[in-house]
Design a protein around this ligand. Structure first.
Ligand code: GDP
Length: 437
């Protein structure tokens, strides 16, 4: 994916512009706790065209006497790898020696520059500093206001033009990005490989060779009804001989964790004859913890006698033993009879969609305010307002008076969101709290 850097001296509005470009709320940037400010790199999506934008943060802001050889090397390699750089200057105050220093660095790197004057809300002021800006030798800047969102579309269109001139097909990158990464995990012998094979046999499914990999590829790219899925770590269960079934639970857990880390959706396969084991609980817990979507599969359903009458029993087992992922869809399959497979694929799709679903801030506040009227927070705690700040997994930030929000009340908030706004079926909901002064 083509990459564009945001470069500029401190306080020139890099983070604000970054957030405007990726379409996120500015409140996240203002978080001083340092944890929430995780996004230094994100996708800009504009009418189906996509590129990667990177906020270079402080890397160009370090005072010259503190620049080590290492940071210098980092900077240069960053510039070399990127396709273009948005060079921001101050459209209100004009340039300083710092800008000149950066301009020189950029010119030396040979990277393509998109010259931008930020904070250009005031036309008269901007005209005053403009001659100063020309001095940098990058020609006419694009005047923008990151704060007010002014001319951001013009800037994006300019970036797209430059990247397309370089030969990038920005629409294709979208398609490539829309690969649903699936991990099929569970205990040895639960039927993971049989299920995978059943999926491959299913309607309109097609294995696409991944360029640069051998036949023994670890991951398999599969197209089903025009959707692409990357099944991660299928090497663990493909073409397996009978003797290998005896592999230790311990080993398979380690392998499962790795696969879960790589995936969007974890399909947790349970042998219906054995029921939900400790290891299944552990794996589901890991998936939830890492913010992955989960789909629960009771496999070997064909071997369960009077299966039809026992659905409730199995659902109760699920609610009892996997209560912490009770938002997951539960599917009954027979890998050998190929039953339940299309339901499973639908569940994977739904869970993936839930993982990247966004709900509106007004809806969040409406339902949470109403919830608090019926069930007020514990004594001393105040919750002012909240908003969804992220996806994959859906993450909500609530501003409070700083008191701890007990687990049961957090669960109530999650349940309220699921029941009243969107079910987020298959996806965990993460909550963050921040004190509001
Ligand atoms: P893995 O270790 O989880 O990959 O499990 P396998 O897919 O290798 O399956 C283990 C054994 O269970 C094999 O003998 C399969 O034929 C059998 N098996 C898997 N799924 C089903 C199913 O849905 N029904 C029945 N009857 N047998 C199954």
């Amino acid at each position: 994916m083509p990459t564009v850097l945001i470069v500029g001296k401190s306080n020139v509005g890099k983070s604000t512009l970054f957030n405007k470009l990726i379409g996120k709320r500015k409140s996240i940037v203002d978080d001083k706790e340092g944890v929430t400010r995780d996004a230094v790199s994100d996708r800009v999506s504009y009418f189906g065209k996509v590129f990667e934008i990177v906020d270079t943060c402080g890397i160009f802001e370090i005072p010259e006497d503190l620049i080590t050889q290492k940071t210098k090397e980092n900077t240069i390699s960053m510039l070399k790898e990127a396709d273009a750089a948005v060079f921001i200057v101050d459209g209100r105050k004009g340039i300083t020696s710092e800008d000149e220093h950066l301009a020189e660095l950029l010119r030396k790197s040979g990277i393509e520059i998109i010259f931008v004057a930020n904070k250009a809300e005031n036309e008269r002021k901007y005209q005053e500093v403009l001659p100063d800006l020309y001095k940098l030798g990058f020609g006419d800047p694009i005047p923008v206001s990151a704060e007010q969102g002014k001319n951001i579309d013009i800037l994006i269109e300019k970036i797209i033009e430059i990247l397309e001139n370089k030969g990038y097909d920005l629409e294709r990158t979208v398609e490539e990005k829309e690969i649903i990464r699936v991990a099929i995990v569970g205990r040895p012998n639960a039927g993971k490989s049989s299920l995978f094979n059943a999926i491959l046999r299913s309607e309109r499914s097609l294995v696409t060779p991944i360029p640069g990999t051998t036949r023994d590829a670890i991951d398999e790219l599969v197209t089903i009804k025009d959707k692409k899925y990357l099944f991660v770590d299928t090497a663990g269960f493909k073409r397996k001989s009978k003797t290998e079934y005896k592999s230790l639970d311990m080993y398979s857990t380690v392998r499962s964790i790795k696969a879960i880390e790589m995936c969007d959706v974890a399909v947790i396969v349970i042998d219906a004859l054995e029921g939900i084991t400790k290891q299944d609980q552990k794996i589901a817990g890991i998936a939830e913890n890492r913010g992955k979507a989960t789909v629960i599969v009771y496999n070997k359903w064909d071997l369960v006698s009077h299966a039809r009458e026992r659905v409730d029993e199995y659902m109760n087992m699920f609610y009892e033993k996997l209560y912490f992922v009770n938002y997951s869809p539960v599917i009954f399959t027979s890998a050998v009879k190929s039953s339940g497979i299309s339901k499973l694929i639908n569940a994977i799709n739904d869970a993936y969609n839930a993982l990247k679903h966004r709900v509106s801030t007004s809806a969040v506040n409406a339902v949470v305010q109403r919830m608090m009227m019926f069930t007020p927070p514990p004594r001393g705690l105040k919750i002012f307002y909240g908003t969804q700040v992220d996806i994959r997994p859906p993450t909500f930030l609530f501003f409070t008076n700083g008191r701890k929000v007990p687990e049961h009340y957090q669960n109530l908030i999650r349940r309220t969101i699921r029941e009243n706004i969107y079910s987020f079926t298959g996806a965990p909901i993460f909550l963050k709290f921040k004190s509001h002064h």
